[in-house]
Design a protein around this ligand. Structure first.
Ligand code: HEM
Length: 297
């Protein structure tokens, strides 16, 4: 598989990062401790259920794929930052997942996650990085915005998830089926609900037809951006909103990924959406979808 970075002309000037764009909540340290405690609770529950440690979220893996990331030549200055500052090809590893901390049947349909690990990256590491690996990670989920505006609101959802992390799978399958109906009804009205999807209401679509987003704003060299990974090869494009091939199979998602890569390769485009307006593209509210019209021609 391969990923290509893409360039597009900018309609508006990107906003320069300065520390004032971030406003840490007064109780942020307390919220972080709460997040750690909830994640630990999930890990302890699943370690007992499965007799070994798992990631506390995104535990179920649906495919590991090796490929290349090709950075385009002559990107305009705002896009030519950090890893993207010069034309190069990097080896990458992709891991596809679904968001819960327990290993549920794929009939409990939840948001799809994608981790991209770029290898052989050169340059300065973040000061608190201790692994000394020359790699850079991008984490994405298949929706344009995060399900909560800020860490404190996310903690409330995570606590609920921690309480329901166990093997009561029959209940979760029934709930998931009901929530998928709710999500279809919400989408029929021209909207969508990240919360309904995260609880099991995600449509049972092929994971490889999805577009993946970083959802929360991140530093992009001198600027701030959200990134997305968009399918572009013909074999991926036909999978958009395609129902899973074997919906009754508890590992239907993984099976569909294995089936795909036993026959095809894949190509995605890595897109960068720069923040051009701090009002409509807020840094401190991750639940706001940034309008692409404000970033592009
Ligand atoms: C306050 C917000 C968040 C918290 C506390 C959080 C926490 C975590 C934790 C603890 C893990 C497991 C790490 C491990 O054991 O290796 C994880 C994995 C992951 N997260 Fe988040 N996360 C947050 C936001 C996000 C966002 C905004 C995205 C992307 C849109 C994201 C995407 C992912 C993905 C794709 C993985 C799986 C990584 C892999 O495949 O190894 N997370 N997260």
């Amino acid at each position: 598989m391969s990923i290509h970075s893409s360039a597009a002309s900018l309609k508006n000037n990107p906003v320069l990062f300065h520390p004032g764009v971030e406003q840490a909540a007064e109780d942020e340290a307390e919220t972080i401790q709460g997040l750690i405690a909830a994640l630990r609770q999930i890990s302890e529950t699943t370690a007992e259920d499965y007799h070994h440690g798992l990631r506390s979220v995104h535990a179920k893996s649906h495919g590991l794929v090796k490929g290349e990331l090709c950075i385009a030549d002559n990107l305009p200055e705002p896009l030519a930052q950090g890893l993207f500052s010069r034309a190069a090809t990097y080896p990458v590893v992709l891991r596809f997942s679904t968001s819960p901390g327990d290993l549920l049947s794929d009939r409990v349909s939840t948001p799809r996650g994608l981790a991209i690990k770029v290898l052989n990256v050169t340059g300065e590491l973040l000061p608190d990085r201790t692994d000394h690996l020359s790699s850079q990670d991008f984490l994405m989920v298949d929706g344009p915005a995060f399900l909560a505006p800020d860490p404190k609101s996310f903690l409330a959802s995570l606590k609920l998830l921690a309480l329901t992390t166990n093997k009561a799978e029959g209940f979760k399958q029934a709930l998931s089926a009901a929530l998928r109906g709710t999500e279809r009804a919400i989408e029929a009205m021209g909207s969508e609900s990240a919360t309904v999807k995260s609880l099991g209401g995600h449509p049972m679509h092929h994971l490889l037809g999805e577009t993946y987003f970083t959802q929360v704003p991140m530093r992009y060299g001198k600027y701030m951006a959200k990134l997305s990974l968009v399918p572009v090869s013909a074999e991926l494009l036909v999978l958009k909103q395609q129902p899973l091939e074997e919906p009754e199979n508890p590992d239907a998602i993984r099976q569909s990924v294995v089936n795909f890569f036993s026959q095809h390769s894949a190509r995605w485009e890595l897109r960068v959406q720069l923040c051009t307006n701090l009002e409509s593209m807020p840094i401190e509210d991750a639940s706001v979808v940034w309008s692409e019209d404000e970033s592009l021609i």
